[in-house]
Design a protein around this ligand. Structure first.
Ligand SMILES: Nc1ncnc2c1ncn2[C@@H]1O[C@H](COP(=O)(O)OP(=O)(O)OP(=O)(O)O)[C@@H](O)[C@H]1O
Ligand SMILES: [Mg+2]
Length: 510
């Protein structure tokens, strides 16, 4: 007789149903797993046998065949242990077989029969809920799964024996509680930064419209400090965004304690990051830093020190808002709608362009360093600013600067104007930076004076089509920050100046 249990395989952040079928038949004693298992799944045989033995159940002296259907879908990971073990227990009569029909099961087994937490409990729970089924998952993954719904049926046992006891009615498992991180009050504040008013303004514009930002300046001018204060002025995640961000974190196994947070992700990978770490992939495909920064910020400090191939791999996700990893036998897509913030020194010695300083290596110091960033990648960065060294006067006699809370209020107002606009237009994006190109000219059409400025600037500086549209998007954000409907000359002038600063550096380097 064949017993069946339902589990899932992960494709991107989606959970695809997989059927575990176990047949115990007369024949040579042994257990075999078929259905495209990877190494971790194939090893499940040893863990399952040991865990059953530790729980007081011995394997029958018969031929046991485990099939994971559909057979042509690759199965990766260790979460197939528990469904296989429960299916076997049902086959052996240790638990009633029909009781398992209402659940989707996932979990990893230890040799002593305890159940270890696994990645992906949240997407599995959401998938199970959509099918109208409950979920059996490890105790440690319970709080995360509980987010799938208040009425959703979850069993989060600590061991195989606890599952058996629950179904026999001798020890009923209670439902795990969904938990949330306490709101953060420990974020560094913009008020710590003295001077640098124009850099702070650019940071506010970037936060308001979700624009990509590049900061160039000499060592110690406060670039890293500025970037670290961006989370304190960004608005919290909307409920739908929160769910997507948490699903990616769950698949990557990074939801600590199953607690969700409405704080936007801020990922700052080191410049030694590999391609797989950045865009995802690896032996067992998992989301990379771009996907973990979904709906948040990817901060690349010391921008030119990243390998050029890794930097260029960001071009596709920056444009498409998702990241596709293709393998010989399958393809996986993770969401990656990010705001890129980068910081760099103008040259290797770091001081090019500073008054009274001459690079020892001459102009090549500047050009070689900047050539590490490709033109197309730079073209995707809307705001480029120079962050000069702070003067001693600024440091000694600080003017009272604005706190993050004040700036965050203005950012939130500009964001809500954008959200309402895109809802009205029935558009999926919620920020100007991610607004569809076809819509840009409609929503950000400038007045006559603005138009003539834009025309002159585009001709003089040879804007690409992308640059033209991006300048319009930044101008739209500036108008939103001012709370006005029409994009005026003043907005375009500021938007163009953010692009020019990058061009000036490129010309210096040439
Ligand atoms: N505007 C500022 N106000 C107050 N302190 C500042 C400011 N700028 C820099 N500092 C001080 O200088 C230190 C270094 O700043 P930071 O690390 O941000 O520089 P950086 O521009 O990232 O330099 P590098 O190019 O070397 O990475 C800060 O920790 C802070 O103590
Ligand atoms: Mg730095």
């Amino acid at each position: 007789m064949v017993s069946r249990v339902r589990t899932v395989a992960f494709q991107g952040i989606e959970a695809v149903p997989v059927d575990v079928q176990v047949m115990i038949a007369p024949g040579k004693a042994g257990m075999q797993i078929v259905g495209l298992p990877d190494k971790a799944v194939a090893e499940s045989r040893e863990r399952v046998q040991a865990a059953l033995h530790a729980s007081g159940l011995s394997m029958p002296a018969k031929k046991v065949t485990v099939n994971l259907a559909p057979a042509d879908l690759p199965k990766e990971g260790s979460h197939y242990d528990l469904p296989i073990a429960l299916c076997l227990m049902a086959g052996l009569g240790a638990i009633p077989g029909d009781a398992l029909g209402d659940y989707v099961v996932l979990g990893e087994l230890s040799l002593d029969g305890t159940i270890a937490p696994v990645a992906g409990a949240l997407p599995a729970a959401i998938g199970a809920n959509a099918l109208g089924k409950g979920l059996i998952c490890p105790h440690g993954s319970g709080p995360e799964a509980a987010w799938a719904g208040p009425e959703f049926d979850i069993l989060a046992p600590r061991s195989l024996i606890a599952v058996a006891n629950h179904f026999r009615g001798t020890q009923v498992l209670s439902r795990p509680e969904a938990s949330i991180h306490a709101p953060a009050r420990d974020l560094p504040d913009l008020a710590d930064i003295k001077g640098q008013e124009s850099a702070k303004r650019a940071l506010e514009v970037a936060a308001a419209g979700g624009h990509n930002l590049l900061m160039v300046g000499p060592p110690g001018s406060g670039k890293s400090m500025l970037a670290q204060r961006l989370p304190s002025i960004l608005p919290p995640l909307a409920p739908r965004e929160l769910l997507e961000v948490s699903m990616v974190a769950s698949i990557a196994g990074e939801l600590a304690g199953g607690k969700l947070t409405d704080r936007r992700p801020f990922r700052a990978p080191h410049h030694s990051a590999s391609m797989a770490a950045m865009v995802g992939g690896g032996l067992r495909i998992r989301p990379g830093e771009v996907s973990l920064a979904h709906h948040g910020v990817l901060f690349l400090d010391e921008f030119p020190e990243f390998s050029p191939a890794v930097l260029d791999s960001l071009r596709q996700p920056l444009e498409a808002g998702e990241c596709m990893i293709a393998r010989a036998n399958h393809r996986v897509t993770y969401p990656a709608r990010i705001q890129l913030v980068a910081a760099m020194n103008p040259c290797r010695c770091g001081m090019a362009g500073e008054p009274g300083y001459r690079c020892a290596r001459g102009p090549r110091c500047l050009s070689d360093y900047q050539a590490r960033i490709s033109g197309p990648l730079l073209d995707r960065i809307d705001l480029r600013i120079e962050v000069p060294a702070v003067s001693a006067v600024d440091l000694i006699r600080p003017a009272k600067s604005e706190t993050s809370a004040t700036v965050a209020l203005r950012v939130a107002r500009a964001r809500s104007i954008q959200r309402e606009r895109y809802e009205r237009l029935g558009c999926a994006s919620t920020t100007n930076a991610h607004c569809a190109t076809a819509l840009v000219e409609e929503i950000a059409s400038p007045d006559a004076a603005g138009m003539s400025l834009l025309r002159d600037a585009s001709e003089k500086m040879g804007f690409s089509a992308r640059a033209y549209h991006r300048v319009l998007k930044v101008a739209r954000t500036l108008a939103d920050l001012d709370g006005v409907e029409t994009v005026g000359r003043i907005h375009l002038a500021e938007a163009i100046s953010y692009r020019m600063s990058g061009e000036r550096l490129a010309q210096q380097a040439a």
